[in-house]
Design a protein around this ligand. Structure first.
Ligand code: AMP
Ligand code: ZN
Length: 113
């Protein structure tokens, strides 16, 4: 996608503070952190959000969650705990329309559910 900021981050047109990358996903620190640790995990394939995911993305979506677990272990906050968030659409406040999961840690968070 030509005008997608996260696609530009993946291809290096926009700088990012990279945490992890493999053939399927890219992870980097959020520019406006909402927690002491705030990482975004995105697929390298562009699609705008969970509404556009299909059964063809099943393995990719699982890989994103396991990447979050790996980062939690590697960065040392797996035992203390962490939160994984996906905002889908207007009511959830999604602002960037390239699928992403927020990985938040380093604090005790208020319960949402
Ligand atoms: P959402 O509101 O769920 O769509 O999340 C989008 C997130 O992307 C927000 O937390 C922003 O702070 C973050 N963000 C936007 N632009 C950048 C950027 N250039 N680098 C890192 N994070 C960004
Ligand atoms: Zn994109």
């Amino acid at each position: 996608m030509n005008d997608c900021i996260f696609c530009k981050i993946i291809n290096g047109e926009i700088p990012s503070n990279k945490v992890y990358e493999d053939e399927l996903v890219y992870a980097f620190y959020d520019i406006a952190p909402a927690a002491p640790v705030h990482i975004l995990i995105i697929p390298k394939e562009h699609f705008s959000g969970m509404n556009e995911a299909s059964p063809a993305h099943q393995a990719l979506l699982g890989h994103i969650l396991l990447t979050a677990q790996k980062l939690a272990k590697d960065l040392g906050f797996a035992e203390d705990g962490y939160r994984i968030i996906n905002n889908c659409g207007e009511n959830a406040g999604q602002t960037v329309f390239h699928l992403h999961f927020h990985l938040l840690a380093g604090d005790q968070f208020d319960r949402l559910v």
